[in-house]
Write a protein that binds this ligand. Sequence first.
Ligand code: SAH
Length: 439
Amino acid sequence: MNVYDSARMADVLAPLGYVRVDAADGADMVILNTCHIREKAAEKVYSELGRLRRLKAEKERTGRGMILAVAGCVAQAEGGEILRRAPFVDMVFGPQAFHRLPEMISRASRAGGAVLDTDFPAEPKFDHLPAPGKLEGYSAFLTVQEGCDKFCTFCVVPYTRGAEFSRPVAEVEAEARHLVAGGAREITLLGQNVNAYHGEGNDGDWGLGRLIARLAEIEGLERIRYTTSYPAEVDDALIGAHRDVPQLMPFLHLPVQSGADRILVAMNRRHTADDYRRLAGRLRHARPDLALSSDFIVGFPGETEADFEATLRLVEDVTFAQAYSFKYSPRPGTPAAALENQVPEKVKTERLARLQERLGAQQVAFNQGCVGRALPVLLDRQGRKPGQLVGRSPYMQAVHVEAPDHLLGSVMPLTIGAAHANSLSGALTGAFADERACA
Ligand code: SAH
């Protein structure tokens, strides 16, 4: 989501003459687009600001200024504190305010002190954003939904990103067509709670399943993905899209967080561990080659050894091609941060290692299972070696292959020859030798 937002900020700034550069030193403006989801991410902001302060001073010595801005969810949650701790920052603005960047810049350059904009404006920012600029590569992000109304007790998202909002179908479709005309072969639909999508269509609200089916009609759009989903909101239409829409990739990131019902209740997740097992089964029934990815939190307040073992059991039962796992991180203002039965750091570390050992083994097994099979790979960049291209499998695995440059941007069937720790290697094949997936 932050990658998408950063690109859109660049689009807003382009008419003012700003172009993106690779390094901060010498830049006229530096925007840190920040994440508040866990403490570690939020802490990085202050250390990075220390470094940027020196670059800003150097730039000022040459007689030219540097506008220093903090954007995103840390700005939203801690705007005032940022200005106290880092008074050399010129602008602080939240994820709902970046369409007002031109106005903020003119206020900041009039040198009236720092500009703070962490409102949730009534007018949706999407109405004020220009069309996305030039695409790098062949895969694009498209935000269709923002915010979250679920209030998981560990999570800051409802406070930083605000209430759920869905963009109208016509607007999403127009942006998708623009992206495809600009070279996108793959679009990932984004939302903090993307399957809560209920955008205005020509005959009432449309859900995500129907939106996907509509986008699949766009000529030249070969792959559709969406992230991130909330299990209790996967509906029949979305499962139907996995069955009926071949462009929808058979890979789904579906965070479960825990396998213990007691903990899921304390997290306010609105699904049980068995609900998740059943949902995984229904999705795989609809699309037999579907593979799952997930998020896990270990050491949520009150989590016992038995609760943690229930999570390990769920991992064994469901099996994941890939997963992210985190130690519970208390976030200011969330209900779980105030609970007294916090789990000691040592226990969290030990549980995370055990969980990651299992998830890592499943990932290796999944990758190994791909060897000898043919997978369609979207070749999207040059490899490090001459004559080599790198692409993505349906399961987001990086695949290296010897292939000519003119195949960049094509989806090619590759026979997978070897699985490495974090990637696969393959060879071009004439046809699909084997349509089965590795799952
Ligand atoms: N729906 C969001 C979730 C983002 S957070 C999205 O757009 O992807 C991604 C993951 O971070 C969550 O699924 C959860 O596993 C983890 N997470 C969120 N809050 C956390 C916390 N307080 N401590 C540890 N992990 C957390």
